[in-house]
Design a protein around this ligand. Structure first.
Ligand SMILES: C[S@@+](CC[C@H](N)C(=O)[O-])C[C@H]1O[C@@H](n2cnc3c(N)ncnc32)[C@H](O)[C@@H]1O
Length: 230
C-alpha cells in the first residue's frame, strides 16, 4: 500500500538519491559535536518542531506495540505519541539529547530505558523488539543503510519498523531552495535536508509496506518490516 496524504505538487523533478552531500560524510564524533552545537534546533519537542510534526508522530507511532526501540530518540519526544502500554527503549549518540530525554521521563514518571549507542551498531540481540521506530534520523546517520539494516536485525520477524522522515519537497521552488542550502546546512548541522527518504530506504533490506507524504512532500512516513528469513 502506498498512499499520498497530500496532493502531488508539480515542478520538482525526481532527483534520485540525494543522500550524499559533497564528497564526504561526517563521522559519528563529528555528528555528536554538531548535535551538541544545535541541540535546541534539533530537539523534536521544541514548539516549532511540535507544530510541524506532532500530527504525523501521533498517527504513525500509535501503531507501535510491545517492546519498542526508538533509534536516535533525541530528547524522547516520541514517547508521548506511543500507546501507554508499550515498553520503551531509546538510543542516541548525543549525551545532551539523552539528558533531555531522562528529564522528560522523570517528569512523566515513566520508567523508560535510555542508552548512548550508535544506530549503526546496536548492542541488542536479533529479533529483540516488537516495533522499531525512528524519526528525523536517517538524514544524520553516516551510513543510513547500515542503520536501517540494524533496525531490521533487532526487529522481530513479525514486527514493524515505523519511520518518520523529512526530506526534499515535491514543490519545485522549495526543493531548489533545499538543494541550494544543502551543503552548508550539512556542514553546520550534519543533516542532509534534501535527502529522499524512500530512496534511502530502498537501498536497504527493509520491506516497505506503506508510505505517506505530507507538508508539501517534506514529511514521509514509512511502514516497513524486516526481510523474509531475517
Ligand atoms: C533531528 S534529531 C531527531 C531526534 C528525535 N528522533 C526526534 O524526532 O525528535 C536526530 C537525532 O539523531 C541522533 N543521531 C545521529 N546520528 C546517530 C547515530 N549514528 N546513532 C544514534 N543516534 C544518532 C542525534 O544525536 C539526534 O538526536
Amino acid at each position: 500500500m502506498t498512499t499520498n496524504e497530500s496532493a502531488q505538487h508539480g515542478g520538482s523533478q525526481p532527483t534520485g538519491d540525494r543522500d550524499s552531500i559533497g564528497s564526504r560524510s561526517k563521522s559519528v564524533p563529528e555528528i555528536r559535536e554538531a548535535v551538541a552545537d544545535h541541540v535546541d534546533e534539533m530537539d523534536g519537542s521544541s514548539t516549532v518542531n511540535r507544530l510541524l510534526t506532532a500530527r504525523y508522530r501521533r498517527r504513525h507511532f500509535a501503531r507501535a506495540s510491545g517492546r519498542v526501540l526508538d533509534v536516535a530518540c533525541g530528547s524522547g519526544t516520541n514517547v508521548e505519541y506511543l500507546p501507554e502500554d508499550v515498553t520503551y527503549v531509546g538510543v542516541d549518540i548525543s549525551p545532551e539529547m539523552l539528558a533531555r530525554a531522562a528529564d522528560r521521563f522523570e517528569r512523566l514518571r515513566r520508567g523508560e530505558s535510555l542508552y548512548e549507542m550508535n544506530a549503526q551498531d546496536l548492542a541488542f540481540d536479533d529479533d529483540s523488539f516488537d516495533t522499531v521506530i525512528s524519526s528525523m534520523s536517517t538524514c544524520m546517520f553516516p551510513d543510513p543503510v547500515v542503520a536501517l539494516e540494524e533496525m531490521a536485525r533487532v526487529c522481530a520477524s513479525d514486527g514493524k519498523i515505523l519511520l518518520l522522515e523529512h526530506g526534499r519537497s515535491s514543490v519545485g521552488p522549495i526543493a531548489r531552495l533545499q538543494d541550494w542550502r544543502a551543503e552548508p546546512r550539512y556542514e553546520k548541522t550534519g543533516c542532509r535536508w534534501n535527502q529522499e527518504p524512500l530512496a534511502v530506504v530502498s537501498r536497504s533490506n527493509l520491506v516497505v509496506e506503506g508510505t505517506t507524504t505530507g507538508m508539501l512532500g517534506m514529511v514521509t512516513t514509512i511502514t516497513a518490516r524486516p526481510p523474509d528469513g531475517d
